[in-house]
Write a protein that binds this ligand. Structure first.
Ligand SMILES: CCCCCCCCCCCCC[C@@H](O)CC(=O)SCCNC(=O)CCNC(=O)[C@H](O)C(C)(C)COP(=O)(O)OP(=O)(O)OC[C@H]1O[C@@H](n2cnc3c(N)ncnc32)[C@H](O)[C@@H]1OP(=O)(O)O
Length: 288
């Protein structure tokens, strides 16, 4: 798989100037699905070039909806509205909790049901990719969603002593702001009425929120380590009749280490999406 920038595809001009600079380094993981190339190639926009661009955007959105089918589009609109509402409820609950109590202690306990419900519901994002109704790669969605599910169920839910750590608030705030923006972006896009500030927020907030969320997650896992070591939770010791052993403590250490290769992949993927959507750079997949 090779990647072609708009400058290469169009042979230069204003677009070339926009996408000037060194081409992005090829990544070991391919993050765009083959089915996604045509959509990407047709989505040139910069939000500033007036009527022609808007008309083009509208045509593109209508075309996209036709390709998707009414059922899939309706489902995605309902799904995205539900997720936007869910994360808004969570955000409001967090702000209210803090304003009433003046502390973050007890915050996780008070919002955990809503968090678990909506974050678990996000598993459908992997299904959306698998059945091809969204062009995101299964790998990107899989890493993103599974790391969140892991944080919610196998770390924060299971290890009660860490629930009041400040780091939990850090990732909760980062996730909540991101998801309200992301799901409202998808909803308005599907409805073909995307306010520019939502598009802008979707492709700028992550620059800060992604690292903030990752720091929160890593500090939370780190805080869990002594407890996991002491209790031996989720671990299987030898000897046993299956002759298998598993140490959750080391599993957590490996998980923390896996952020080093995986997080930059997600971050650079988002930076590429940002260039495509906000700066109008087109990335065309071509077979070698
Ligand atoms: C079991 C143990 C596992 C341990 C694993 C350890 C791994 C550790 C590394 C992982 C670190 C993750 C940390 C993370 O949890 C921290 C945070 O999240 S902090 C908060 C900040 N976070 C973010 O900003 C996250 C951003 N993430 C995302 O946006 C997505 O999750 C991602 C999958 C990365 C997005 O990628 P995508 O390619 O989908 O971007 P786009 O939004 O531009 O969408 C591309 C096209 O798909 C269409 N689309 C996608 N979803 C929908 C939808 N629901 N409805 C409608 N359309 C959708 C979208 O419109 C685009 O279409 P087009 O290209 O045609 O315009």
């Amino acid at each position: 798989m090779g990647r072609l920038t708009e400058a290469e595809a169009a042979g230069g001009g204003a677009s070339a100037a926009r996408s000037a600079g060194p081409p992005p380094a090829p990544l070991p993981l391919t993050f765009t699905s083959p089915g996604c190339a045509a959509t990407m190639a047709s989505s040139e926009e910069d939000g500033t070039n007036g009527g022609a661009s808007e008309a083009g955007e509208e045509r593109e959105a209508t075309g996209k909806r036709r390709r998707l089918g009414l059922l899939a589009t309706t489902w995605l609109i309902l799904y995205n509205i539900a997720m936007t509402a869910g994360w808004m409820v969570l955000g409001i609950a967090m702000v209210r909790f803090y304003m009433e109590k003046g502390t973050h202690k007890g915050l996780y306990k008070s919002i955990q049901k809503t968090l678990k419900f909506f974050q678990t519901f996000a598993l459908l994002e992997i299904v959306h990719c698998l059945i091809g109704i969204v062009p995101t790669s299964v790998l990107v969605a899989g890493v993103q969603v599974s790391s969140r599910i892991f944080m919610v169920w196998l770390v924060t839910h299971s290890i009660k002593p860490i629930q009041n750590e400040e780091s939990v608030v850090l990732f909760l705030v980062a996730w909540t702001v991101t998801e309200i923006t992301r799901y409202s972006f998808y909803t308005f896009s599907l409805l073909n009425h995307l306010p520019y500030f939502i598009k802008w927020a979707r492709y700028n907030f992550f620059i800060i929120l992604y690292p903030v969320g990752v720091v929160g997650e890593l500090l939370t896992i780190h805080a869990a380590l002594p407890y996991v070591k002491k209790t031996g939770m989720f671990s299987i010791r030898l000897p046993n009749k299956y002759n298998v052993s598993f140490d959750y403590y080391y599993f957590l250490l490996i998980t923390m280490a896996s952020y080093i290769p995986l997080f930059p992949q997600l971050y650079f993927h988002m930076l590429r999406q940002r260039r495509k959507v906000l700066l109008g750079e087109v990335i065309v997949e071509k077979d070698d």
